[in-house]
Design a protein around this ligand. Structure first.
Ligand code: SAM
Length: 212
């Protein structure tokens, strides 16, 4: 994701009703915020938000929260939403490192990670969103019976992610090394921006679904 500093991005975000501005205040109150008791699903590192926006359109009975670290990227998601406001979709600009400050124990029904940054240097492994450090954070906020879904085109990152499962106390429910050719897992697959781009280049897409 290119991180150009877009002038005024922070102002637009500060004024947007689609963004939860003090997300720490929302902890334990997400159902109140959405005004219903529907399940809450989150995408961490949503980029421009194509995936989560499409899911929210398709599933009005589910609430979605898109999390993105950078204002310049979140701005793009907000610009897209201007054409169609959805009552079941909200955004947060934050670093997912602090995710346990925003969601209470078992407050989240499903976590999506899509095309997470690979952080290829070993010393940065803790920053990878499917690392054991992040899995420990997800463990706190995800319902016990729920799953986390991760897609990537990066083989090294995917292999790393698989190796992290056992030490973190998670297990794979489904694994594919070619999502788009997988009869079961490709059903109902919603493509992300990166997925469209990489699969158009002929890259296979890897996916796992995991639980504790
Ligand atoms: N999920 C989108 C897709 O598949 O098209 C975007 C993928 S992009 C490679 C990764 C996104 O994750 C970037 O927008 C980046 O800013 C965001 N990101 C990376 N680390 C993050 C973190 N710790 N917390 C929140 N967002 C993060």
């Amino acid at each position: 994701m290119r991180l150009r500093n877009i002038k005024g991005a922070r102002d637009v975000i500060a004024k947007s009703p689609l963004v939860v501005h003090e997300p720490e205040q929302a902890k334990g109150k997400w159902n109140e915020i959405f005004g219903n008791d529907h399940p809450v699903r989150i995408e961490i590192g949503m980029g421009k938000g194509k995936f989560i926006h499409e899911l929210a359109q398709k599933n009005p009975g589910i609430n979605y929260v898109g999390i993105e670290k950078y204002s310049s990227v979140l701005l793009r998601a907000l610009q897209k939403m201007n054409t169609e406001l959805l009552p079941n979709l909200l955004f947060i600009r934050m670093d997912a490192e602090d995710i346990t400050e925003i969601f209470d124990r078992e407050e989240v029904d499903l976590i999506y990670l899509n095309f997470s940054d690979p952080w290829p240097k070993d010393r940065h492994a803790k920053r990878r969103l499917p690392s054991r450090e992040f899995l420990a954070r997800y463990d706190k906020i995800l319902k016990k019976e729920s799953v986390l879904e991760f897609k990537t085109d990066n083989k090294d990152l995917f292999e790393f992610a698989l190796e992290e499962l056992a030490p973190a106390g998670w297990e794979a429910v489904n694994v594919t090394f070619n999502l788009h050719e997988d009869a079961l897992l490709s059903q109902g697959n919603v493509m992300t921006e990166y997925e469209e781009r990489f699969s158009a280049n002929g890259n296979p897409i890897y996916k796992y679904i995991i639980r504790r």
